[in-house]
Design a protein around this ligand. Sequence first.
Ligand SMILES: [Zn+2]
Length: 405
Amino acid sequence: MNKDVTRVEGIHYATGRPVRFNIRGGIIQAVEPLDGVEPLDGIQAVEHAGEDTGGRGGDHDGLPLVAPGLVDLQVNGFMGTDLNGPGLTAEQVDTMSLALLRHGVTRFCPTLVTGPGERVLAALCALSEAAGGRGPASGAMAGIHMEGPFISPEVGPRGAHPLKHCRMPDISLLHRWMEASGGRIRIVTLAPELPGSIPFIRECVSLGIIAAIGHTGATGAEIRAAAEAGATLSTHLGNGSHSMLPRHPNYIWAQLAEDELHATMIADGFHLDDAVLKVFFRAKGEKAILVSDSMSHAGLPPGTYDSPIAGRVCLTPEGLLHMEGNPLMLAGSASALLDGVRKMASIVGFVQAWDAGSARPAGLLDPSGVHGLHPGAPADLVLLEPGPDKMKIRSVYRAGFKEVP
Ligand SMILES: [Zn+2]
């Protein structure tokens, strides 16, 4: 028996089979059936794993459900840490990474929004320091998401981003960001109707950066042109939009119809209606992805807070985060990705929802890699309590190491 091998046993989240994961070097080496334990059949069984399974459940009583680690492509902050606040430090990024890990997020994209150029560059340096350090952020950061400042200045599409810092796509600024971050920019969200956006998207592609469409009022033709130039993602589709739109055509239909585009969605119960989530998921299929878009207020008690992005914001007891005086103007999300997966599971089922928060975003970031619970994939595992509340986390492994509890 090789001492370097870590073994994790549990019920496979998608197949319902009791399995053993053999992990070495941070990678899943093999997934083998557990001897003497009768497998459950199919997804329906997973939905009931640990509950009364008609007499078949006895052999795997107590085994956790094992699912791939969550991957969040859009994290502005969490549990009191604000990545867009002044004076961000690498220690804060580490603190936040640990809090995310406890919520099942094994990899994430720290997200910087439209703001003063100097502060953005300083934040990039802090993120880069954290990523290159020895703390929890070093294994967790999957690259930085720049959401803005190349976004629509219009009310609606601009969302809560400050107008005075919005600007036109600027390739030289992209290069400065890359320099400040040690080449760690992975996603740039921009509005493709802005002058210069097409060469900017091409530059992103040549640097291995995902160009994402968001905070936009683009026409269908402009969205098509962006996809042809290499954009592969719609950022929080259906949000950062006008409150009133022509029924058709409009930029939501255009992005739904563009098969090259993945789409991220915020399933916090406020940003998108259940029917919209369901239809977006069906339209995008395997390219539907969940993000949290969480702010520092995620996990904090209800109240009024000062936000460097949106000014005064209110967090209601129900978890709605809105701009003070305007409950219709959302100011980001106060939910964790796990909450979004739970919400989405109630609409499209557990496996679909979990994949949209884990293997799919991992696949977007690394299309040639292996993801999920397959041999060759990183051993990023979330072990969930079996039973009705299967979103309760028992433990979390990242790169084969047990990080939580
Ligand atoms: Zn946004």
